[in-house]
Design a protein around this ligand. Structure first.
Ligand code: TXA
Ligand code: MG
Length: 367
């Protein structure tokens, strides 16, 4: 991987790479041990391999090697101050990576690992500063996906892995999404089918008597409260005042955005439908290619316009699973304007709305 241009703190890759694409059985990865060994070999040589997790696809590199990790930032066009999550295959593998493991972290690991929970702790000296984006803390997670776990074990070292998309684009929930963004920029893509959750892990900071959610995800506040009494949600998530500096650096950048302009329409459901219908009609008259991302309960209202069904309002987990693919579909259809109905900010709905608000650059129309 060569020839880079420096634009502020983002390095852009210009030279193409030969990307290998291999399918691996998600239920029994050992059936494809040759492909897994090939991937591990690439990673041992400081290369980049995209692999599935239960949340989204990750772009993996040896978390302990500066030279390997640097390539992740280049391939994604990711700002260098946005730290990476370090993935491990065994709970005990956390100890060499951090200063100490406080009691609340042990409780969380015991209840939620392997799973979609990322824990932030003070880093040990073996974590390069490039992995932690310049911070003295490190984010760690043990994924609940057989391919990811087998790959990490095969490597024998932890894998730094952000979502395997180009920076600013929706996260990948299928190997074809990774291919679209990163073909020619990374060494290998492991295709393990679709990701079970489709939305990234919950990121938490751990303190002596509380934990603080920096990024909502599929492990909800309510789930965390079953084992920790004091769970807070960081102000940067609940407050849409963009001047608030997020503690999770990734949350300050443009994110999850399709090429078209996204508008969230919020309010009572009949008002939402009425407003979107009026806007779609208006766009049609003005030759603007627009679409509505609607729930299965409301989609029939829009039958004379472009629609994408994101799933039933009764099943927010399904909406989370469909979210990024639906946003990517808008790009495939060359859509200029995207209207999306808002969802309840409850349970996993908090994570869904958090990603949507970012995709919409906080353009929310209250009706
Ligand atoms: O589900 C996931 O978490 C996926 C899969 C691949 O594991 N990974 C993922 O990584 O979403 P990424 O890099 O796209 O998002 C990591 C988030 C960013 O918002 C980043 O700023 C935050 O975690 N983060 C990482 N290390 C941090 C730290 N030390 N302190 C605060 N935030 C941190
Ligand atoms: Mg990401």
């Amino acid at each position: 991987m060569e020839v880079v241009k420096n634009i502020k703190n983002v390095v852009v890759l210009t030279k193409l790479h030969n990307t290998v694409f291999e399918k691996v059985d998600s239920l029994n990865p050992s059936k494809n041990i040759v492909a897994l060994k090939k991937a591990a070999n690439i990673l041992k040589n400081n290369g980049l391999v995209a692999f599935p997790t239960e949340t989204v696809y990750g772009l993996g590199a040896n978390a302990l090697k500066e030279d390997a990790v640097k390539k992740i930032y280049i391939a994604k066009g990711r700002p260098s101050d946005n730290p990476l999550i370090v993935h491990i295959a065994d709970k005990n593998d956390i100890y060499p990576l951090v200063d100490s493991v406080p009691k609340n972290a042990l409780i969380l690991m015991d209840k939620f690992w392997p799973g979609a929970l990322t824990i932030i702790l003070k880093k040990s000296s073996i974590i390069p500063i490039t992995t932690s984006g310049g911070l003295d803390t490190v984010a760690i997670r043990m994924p609940n996906n057989k391919i990811a776990l087998s790959l990490i074990k095969e490597c024998g070292f932890p894998l730094a892995a952000p979502s395997a998309n180009t920076s600013t684009k929706p996260s990948p929930t299928l190997a074809t999404h990774v291919y679209k963004d990163l073909n020619g920029k990374i060494d290998m893509i492991i295709d393990g089918g679709s990701c079970a959750f489709g939305i990234e892990s919950t990121v938490v900071e751990v303190f002596y008597d509380n934990i603080n959610i920096l990024r909502p995800g599929s492990i909800t506040k309510e789930m965390l409260e079953t084992v920790i009494t004091n769970v807070t949600i960081d102000k940067a998530i609940t407050d849409t005042n963009l001047n608030l500096l997020p503690k999770s650096p990734g949350m300050k950048y443009k994110h999850y955005a399709p090429l078209g302009d996204v508008f969230i329409v919020d309010g009572e459901i009949n008002n939402i439908v009425h407003y979107i219908l009026k806007s779609l009609k208006n766009d049609k008259e003005n030759n603007i290619k627009s679409i509505v991302i609607a729930s299965s309960e409301t989609i029939n209202n829009y039958s004379s316009f472009n629609t994408l069904n994101i799933g039933s309002r009764q099943n927010l987990n399904l909406i989370a699973k469909n979210l990024f693919n639906t946003l990517r579909e808008c790009d495939n259809l060359n859509i200029d304007k995207i209207y999306i109905e808002s969802f309840l900010e409850q349970g996993v709905g908090l994570a869904v709305m958090n990603r949507l608000k970012k995709a919409a650059s906080y353009k929310i129309i209250n009706v």
